[in-house]
Design a binder for this molecule. Sequence first.
Ligand SMILES: CC(C)(COP(=O)(O)OP(=O)(O)OC[C@H]1O[C@@H](n2cnc3c(N)ncnc32)[C@H](O)[C@@H]1OP(=O)(O)O)[C@@H](O)C(=O)NCCC(=O)NCCS
Length: 174
Amino acid sequence: MTRELVTARLVLRRPKPGDVDDLHQVFSSPEAMRWWSTTPHETMEKTAEWLDGMIAADPELSDDFVIEAQGRVIGKAGFWRLPEIGYILHPDYWGQGLATEALTAVIDHILATRTVERVTADVDPDNAASIRLLRRLGFEQTGAASRTWRVGGVWMDSLYFGLDRDRWKSLKTP
Ligand SMILES: CC(C)(COP(=O)(O)OP(=O)(O)OC[C@H]1O[C@@H](n2cnc3c(N)ncnc32)[C@H](O)[C@@H]1OP(=O)(O)O)[C@@H](O)C(=O)NCCC(=O)NCCS
């Protein structure tokens, strides 16, 4: 199994228990968690539990990475459940093209190592940054649904996006 993906500014690698402090900085941030499927983690134990799940995930079903920049874990990108992509970065690192860089690497990786024909995404209609990121990478909207996630007692909606293997290849070929 591929251990790490290296890009110009990032190293994407498999998670380990020592990542809990850095990841808690991400998962306790109300800003970063605004559109996530859970409320911000209130305790380090919550993040440790989440990280244990990521570490123990079945590699047949999951292919996920933590994102490291200058020796610090700043988020995660990958597939908790194939073929749906998931990603989050600490707000200090937003707006520098880092998510574009990380997602390009994990999509390349997944299409090179698995037989999946398409990568999918589930995004809140109000999550402008994430929608822009997906469109910039070539994702196209495939559907929409209301009241798909109940987070902290509030119903949230979903837009569904997909990116086909052939489309990704054609967009990457100059
Ligand atoms: C979504 C997220 C990963 C984007 O990270 P990022 O590193 O700032 O993204 P990039 O710098 O690569 O930018 C990607 C595109 O989104 C745009 N963008 C970034 N932030 C934006 C914002 N707040 N509003 C609108 N567009 C935004 C960028 O301009 C860029 O588009 P462009 O190249 O056409 O200009 C980050 O905002 C995040 O972690 N959000 C919280 C977690 C989350 O919502 N995850 C997704 C759940 S589906």
